[in-house]
Design a binder for this molecule. Structure first.
Ligand code: HEC
Length: 154
């Protein structure tokens, strides 16, 4: 292997490593999205969600922390907040696209909402901690995982 290809290989490994680390960290990349009729029809980044992982994200106090404000159908003995409506049966009341917009940016429905926008447009984020500036709270994959789980709650 000559020096140049060695350099190439190390650059590739470096980028791959960064991408893998960035995926789940709060510093995940922002993926753009389009709203039509109060819904985001296209999965963020074209990613496919995994419901089981979404359940973990929703109940993790450092990630979605949805249960701080919503009652969720979790089997464990959790303590739930009630600032928001229960999410049990959400998929029989709302389309998947609408659920996705609720999770991505609830301020579309209610500009005064207390619910954090988990994948808001970076220009709409104000007063966030430095580490989160220009970064969504949940990665596109985590959003799709949460949406996939909520879509099972009928
Ligand atoms: C700080 C409190 C808070 C947190 C944390 C929160 N929400 Fe909410 N959420 C609300 C409130 C309050 C509403 C009701 C509408 C409004 O006031 O904006 C709401 C509304 C919703 C709705 C629409 C419900 C309906 O019946 O129309 C969905 C879906 C939802 N939230 C999902 C989530 C998910 C998923 C998470 C975690 C990733 C989450 N929320 C975290 C407060 C919160």
């Amino acid at each position: 292997m000559n020096r140049f290809s060695l350099f190439l290989v190390s650059m590739l490994t470096l980028t791959a490593g960064q991408r893998a680390a960035g995926d789940d960290a709060p510093g995940a990349a922002y993926f753009s999205w389009q709203v039509k009729n109060f819904a985001i029809e296209q999965p963020l980044g074209g990613l496919k969600g995994v419901a089981k992982r979404g359940m973990a994200v929703a109940s993790d106090g450092h990630l979605g922390n949805c249960l701080a404000c919503h009652q969720l159908p979790l089997s464990r003995d959790e303590v739930f907040g009630d600032l928001g409506p229960p999410l049990t049966g959400i998929a029989s009341r709302q389309s998947v696209g609408a659920i996705r917009l609720h999770v991505v940016d609830q301020s579309y429905f209610n500009p005064e909402t207390v619910m954090p926008g988990f994948h808001r447009r970076p220009e709409k984020l104000h007063r966030v901690a430095k580490a989160y500036r220009g970064r969504p709270f949940l990665s596109a994959q985590q959003i799709e995982d949460v949406v996939a789980w909520l879509a099972t709650l009928k």
